[in-house]
Design a protein around this ligand. Structure first.
Ligand code: GLV
Ligand code: MN
Ligand code: MN
Length: 416
């Protein structure tokens, strides 16, 4: 897919500018976007997002977790709001679109309301959430889980990053106030809409600009700790070693086969692995790694989880200890029938081709779906790539999706 040569509308240009500007807030310039939650780059991106919200005439608010809201008040007092947005953190060395595409969509839908002088009956809120990726604090989806009370304020405060820094300390370091109101009553939310890049090849291959998401995979993450005994790399005979990394490697290497045996599109990934003490000439005494396990149907999520645990424990011996901690478990989720129908009807009206898709990636929408009506749109990803610097989507596709979401937001907020 290549960029269109048609003249760009002002909306498309604004979209490109936001994506481009946000892409500069990275800890790894030239090597993709690395924007970990509560980092200096988070602070810079949030300043930009808040500034745009202000320029667009929205009331700007941050909550006690650092989620950002830009609100356009509705005419019904205290009515529940329609939220549109996504996350603004990134994976290490990720792309410029995973998360920001949805944040920018929220901002631009609000801008279209303002430009067209619309007064909604129900408030509209553009939302930018923290830590969807779990790049800094284990688990992910932390902004939505905290906001909706899936984890308590106490649990949130107890979470630390790999260096032992707590969420609260990290927030304070960039000037955020954890004592601000945090948990939001679900009755204050009328619906949640999220635009996201597909992160897969289907829309591009079929040349369809919009995917209407049916459901999102179930996902679980476990942390596996393997303990052995440290020793000298040169002087410890091979038959006297308790090498934690050798045992951990066997577990890691066995997971793909387990996922394939489970079937149902199950996938297993070890993406984070820390070796201790991590010295070239020291036998590792501890390895801590995560296994991310996903499947479309809950019985497969359960199946792959149980098989992974049994398999990992099977490497425990008198000298090797294996411990497993379940850190995240989210059932597969379905999007709201009513919102899907709305999105289909609007796409038909606007003459924009679409197809249904299932999401293999996790999204904040899956947390919202337990509390409110949720709809998600996907746009094509070039070469299906995501979570890497090459991630790219066409701003013309983003513009189309923003126009669909704008119409959906008009209906859901019941503009006058
Ligand atoms: C987020 O991108 C996830 O699917 O983990
Ligand atoms: Mn992601
Ligand atoms: Mn994402």
């Amino acid at each position: 897919m290549s960029e269109s040569t048609l003249p760009k509308s002002t909306l498309q240009q604004r979209i490109e500018n936001h994506i481009e500007t946000l892409s500069h807030f990275t800890a790894t310039p030239g090597k993709g976007t690395t924007r970990l939650t509560y980092s200096e780059q988070d602070r810079q991106a949030r300043e930009y997002i808040k500034q745009v919200m202000q320029e667009y005439g929205l009331q700007v608010r941050e909550d006690g977790f650092g989620n950002i809201f830009g609100r356009l008040e509705g005419s019904i007092p205290d009515a529940p709001a329609v939220l549109i947005g996504s996350h603004f953190d990134s994976v290490p060395n990720g792309g410029s679109y995973d998360g920001p595409a949805g944040v920018v969509a929220g901002l631009e839908v609000a801008k279209l309301f303002q430009e067209n002088g619309l007064t909604p009956k129900y408030p509209l809120e553009a939302v930018a959430m923290i830590e969807e990726e779990g790049g800094r604090f284990i688990g992910g989806l932390l902004g939505s889980r905290s906001m909706l009370g899936v984890i308590s304020a106490e649990e949130f405060a107890a979470i630390t990053d790999k260096d032992g820094v707590t969420t609260i300390e990290a927030m304070q370091k960039i000037g955020l106030d954890p004592s601000l109101p945090g948990k939001r009553d679900a009755s204050s939310i009328r619906a949640f809409l999220e635009l996201h890049i597909e992160q897969g090849p289907i829309l591009e291959e079929e040349q369809i600009p919009i995917g209407i998401v049916e459901g999102i995979v179930g996902l679980t993450q476990v942390q596996i700790t393997v303990k052995g005994k440290a020793g000298h790399a040169g002087t410890t005979p091979m038959d006297r070693r308790s090498d934690a990394l050798v045992a951990a490697s066997k577990i890691v290497a066995g997971l793909p086969e387990l996922a394939q045996a489970q079937g149902g599109g199950s996938v297993a990934t070890v993406g984070r692995l820390n070796v201790f003490p991590n010295g070239a000439n020291v036998i590792p005494d501890q390895v801590i790694f995560t296994a991310d396990l996903r499947a479309e149907h809950e019985e497969d999520v359960q199946g792959i989880l149980e098989k992974t645990e049994q398999f990992a424990y099977s490497f425990a011996t008198d000298n090797i200890d294996v411990q497993i901690e379940r850190q995240l478990y989210i059932r597969p989720k379905q999007m709201s029938e009513q919102v899907k129908n709305l999105l289909r009807g609007i796409s038909d009206q606007l003459d924009i081709p679409y197809r249904s898709l299932h999401s293999g990636a996790g999204h904040d929408a899956m947390i919202f779906s337990d509390f409110t009506d949720v709809g998600m749109l996907f746009i094509p990803s070039r070469a299906g790539l995501s979570h890497c610097p090459e991630e790219w989507s066409d701003s013309a596709d983003m513009e189309r999706a923003v126009r669909v979401l704008y119409e959906a937001a008009k209906r859901l907020t019941e503009v006058e």
